[in-house]
Design a protein around this ligand. Structure first.
Ligand SMILES: N[C@H](CCC[C@H](N)C(=O)O)C(=O)O
Length: 249
């Protein structure tokens, strides 16, 4: 289904709504390589829009259970944007997980093929490695496509990792290029934006209100005192339809 040539074409698959003991709805999430992952920011916004369009939503906000924790979500009446309370970010190595002694994964040096990167690692339910790139001019799809595949399966990350290449622009804006675990190069990612904004904030480049510029648009992240994150951004409906069984192997 995710294959752009033989199928519908997407960066992932959402399965739901499923019943939940703890939330209004539950959703399961899959990467195009077939692996199930914990939590997707874009996926949760898209799922919320779907629930809204299908008139499943009876009250505001709703709670949604994922493998990576519970979130609350709502469609904002004033502008149609979708807001998700994504839960807390953690830089603790044992939580992300990252190999080695228990520590906070902020601004470490990772050497790959004679190039030294300044990396930080974060979980927002799923694992992320944020690579600091000082010069925004160096950020490009090619940068992500060259180094992403080497960092994603690096032995430092026992569950592999999503990777963001991040340049601060000013105290309210950062730019990222994204390489996703189980996917490859993508043009937007909500959980990646949460991770990159958290790191920009923790490194002192930004305040707690960050516009994350991704190739596909802008995702707004607010960082609260307890490290919880609010993500707000649009969702655009593309199509609806019936999948033909002919396209399935
Ligand atoms: N695009 C998604 C993240 C997918 C992460 C997935 N590739 C993983 O293995 O964790 C987002 O908007 O948050």
């Amino acid at each position: 289904m995710c294959n752009p040539h033989y199928g519908v074409g997407s960066d992932g698959l959402l399965h739901g709504p499923l019943t939940s003991d703890t939330a209004d709805f539950r959703v399961r999430m899959y990467n195009p390589d077939g692996s199930e992952f914990e939590k997707s920011g874009n996926g949760l916004r898209i799922f919320t829009r779907y629930l809204f369009d299908m008139e499943y939503i009876q009250h505001d906000p709703v709670t949604i259970e994922t493998k990576g924790g519970l979130v609350t979500a709502q469609v904002l009446r004033e502008n149609g944007l979708i807001r998700v309370e994504m839960g807390k970010a953690s830089l603790r190595s044992d939580v992300i997980p990252v190999r080695g002694e228990s520590r906070e994964m902020l601004d470490e040096v990772l050497e790959i093929e004679n190039r030294q990167f300044r990396i930080s690692a974060v979980t927002v339910g799923n694992p992320h490695c944020v690579v600091f790139i000082e010069n925004p001019k160096e950020l490009s799809p090619d940068l992500a496509k060259t180094w992403g595949p080497l960092i994603e399966p690096h032995p430092l990350f026992p569950h592999k990792t999503n990777v963001q290449f991040m340049s601060p622009l000013d105290e309210r804006n950062i730019r990222i290029e994204i390489w996703e675990r189980g996917v490859g190069y993508t043009m937007a990612s909500g959980s990646s934006s949460c991770a990159a904004a958290t790191v920009a904030y923790r490194l002192g480049f930004c305040g707690n209100d960050v516009n994350v510029h991704v190739p596909g648009g802008v995702i707004h992240i607010q960082i609260h005192e307890d490290s919880s994150l609010t993500m707000t951004a649009p969702v655009v409906k593309i199509c609806e339809g019936k999948l033909s069984s002919e396209c399935l192997p």
